[in-house]
Design a protein around this ligand. Structure first.
Ligand code: ITT
Ligand code: CA
Length: 504
């Protein structure tokens, strides 16, 4: 026992000085790690918002985007948090876009009120004043502007007046060019897929609207020189992109249907027996409504009666033949063309097809592009041949206008993709029909906002070399090592082994 007491007395660990040093050391490490954790703790998230109104030819929709306030310059963080479709009270109007208010422009602004009020509710009060609000109009307004620019101006006046009444930072309303529409759709798809920041192979974008359709993709063998008007260059996150893009005005699915019908009605007044509509379909339609668009107005037959009888006979192959008439495949002054003499480089990479591509193929259960193209055509052939009354019975809840047109729309989509853009049986499987990516709608609006708010930097942003958790771990390990070194430095004071008493 006395030997043990002697050892305890000689052991420096038991001296008051070493105990105090140890306690101070432990407190210092705890304090150091706590400060590191607190100082670098992520802030509670604060968000910023942006609002874009998509004034399309067939509808207007409002999108709210949100991103963490301190990450303006980062990627993959902007998300769609809300969308609102502008519904039109007029039962006769079929979800028309703002261009349909040409004869009553003041109503164009009014029509936006409900969705704008929703937006006010969705954006926190503190953020409203700094939230940018944009309205972009596409092919419907492009057509109205061509047809009647005064009416188009009045619609914009009405829309601007209405939007400025809301507590957001109004940034303007304007018509997007077809090039912008195509390019921003491509930016949206690739941004949401995180392809831009990582410099991955990009996805092409196929957008089918009511009045125009866009194709945008990067092709290695295209440098933009052959047809400069189809070229858009970007530098995003330190990568250069040379994008091919084209927008075909009048080749959205509503205008394409008009053109197809107009072509068929040239055969003579009275009845149109349409292979793109189901057998048993019969409607009296108005010539003046059919020809009321710059896409077809020059073809209006002279002295035609007021109405014609539109009847269906549901024949996919005949429908495809009829649709082909609205494309010109003969004139091409470039090395290669899609149609109507428009240059198109070799198709490359995967493609995302959205808007009406998705609505239609989703309804027809044909979004699976691993199904061989011939089988897709066979299914559509059977669908088109199904009598109209059976189709109506099977889908009592689908709007009749959509329902009547799915055979035409599906056939048009396949014709546009294969005959128009030159997708083959093999490359058809490169297409993915998509509605949303990670919760945000595919479309031009997000790309438009990212561009106008400079949210995609040209160069890759500097990121901290270590994530927060890594930083705290390293600080902890270093602090512990310093402490151990300190203890080891006290070694001369340790009892030496030779002096250890033998306990017998
Ligand atoms: O781009 P633009 O040409 O200006 O037109 P848009 O923006 O109004 O066009 P959308 O993508 O909203 O819609 C494209 C077409 O799809 C139609 N559509 C929308 N929802 C649909 C659905 O559920 N089923 C079938 N068609 C639908 C709509 O009427 C248009 O003809
Ligand atoms: Ca659109």
């Amino acid at each position: 026992m006395s030997a043990q007491r002697e050892m305890k007395e000689k052991n420096p660990w038991h001296t008051p000085v070493t105990i105090i040093i140890t306690v101070i050391g432990v407190i210092a490490i705890v304090a150091l790690v706590t400060v590191a954790v607190l100082q670098n703790r992520p802030f509670p998230q604060k968000y910023k918002y942006g609002i874009v109104l998509d004034a399309g030819s067939s509808h207007t929709a409002l999108y709210i985007y949100e991103w963490p306030a301190e990450k303006d310059n980062n990627t993959g963080r902007v998300e769609q948090t809300h969308s609102c479709k502008i519904l039109v009270e007029n039962a006769l109007a079929f979800c028309p876009g703002i261009s349909s208010y040409a004869s009553a422009p003041s109503k164009a602004g009014q029509s936006l009120t409900e969705c704008m009020q929703e937006a006010v509710q969705r954006v926190p009060e503190k953020r409203r004043g700094e939230t940018p609000l944009y309205l972009g109009a596409t092919a419907g307004m492009r057509l109205l502007n061509m047809e009647n620019s005064a009416a188009s101006d009045s619609v914009f006046q009405s829309v601007k007046k209405a939007l400025q009444m809301f507590p957001f930072s109004y940034q303007g309303a304007r018509i997007l060019s077809g090039q912008e529409e195509g390019a921003f759709g491509w930016v949206t798809v690739n941004y949401l897929d995180d392809r831009l920041k990582q410099g991955l192979e990009t996805t092409g974008a196929l957008d089918l609207g009511g009045a125009s359709t866009q194709i945008s993709f990067v092709s290695d063998n295209y440098n933009g020189s052959e047809s400069p008007s189809n070229s858009v260059t970007f530098r995003l996150y330190g990568n250069d992109y040379n994008l091919y893009t084209h927008s075909f005005l009048c080749y959205g699915k509503d205008q394409a249907l008009r053109m197809t019908l107009a072509h068929q009605s040239q055969a003579g007044p009275g009845t149109v027996l349409d292979p793109c509509f189901h057998p048993g379909y019969a409607e009296i339609k108005n010539y003046s409504v059919l020809y009321d668009s710059p896409c077809v107005s020059d073809r209006k037959p002279q002295g035609a009666p007021a109405t014609f009888n539109h009847t269906g006979n549901g024949n996919f192959l005949e429908c495809q033949k009829t649709i082909k008439n609205i494309f010109n495949f003969t004139d091409c002054k470039y090395s290669r063309c899609s149609f109507n003499g428009v240059f198109q480089p070799l198709l490359q990479g995967p493609f995302g097809a959205f808007s009406a591509y998705y609505f239609v193929m989703n309804f027809l259960n044909l979004t699976d592009t691993s199904i061989p193209l011939d089988d897709v055509k066979e299914k559509l052939k059977r669908y088109c041949a199904t009598p109209w009354n059976q189709i109506r019975q099977r889908h009592p809840n689908i709007k009749l206008k959509y329902l009547a047109e799915y055979c035409f729309s599906g056939t048009y989509i396949l014709t546009l993709l294969t005959e128009g853009y030159n997708f083959t049986s093999e490359s058809y499987s490169d297409i993915k029909f998509i509605e949303k990516i990670k919760g945000s709608d595919a479309g031009w609006t997000l790309g438009y906002m990212l561009n106008l708010t400079n949210m995609i930097p040209a160069e890759a942003p500097d990121s901290p070399p270590l994530p927060h958790a890594g930083y705290v771990s390293i600080v902890t390990v270093i602090a512990v090592l310093i402490f151990i070194l300190f203890i080891l430095s006290l070694r001369p004071l340790w009892p030496s082994c030779s002096k250890q008493p033998q306990i017998v």
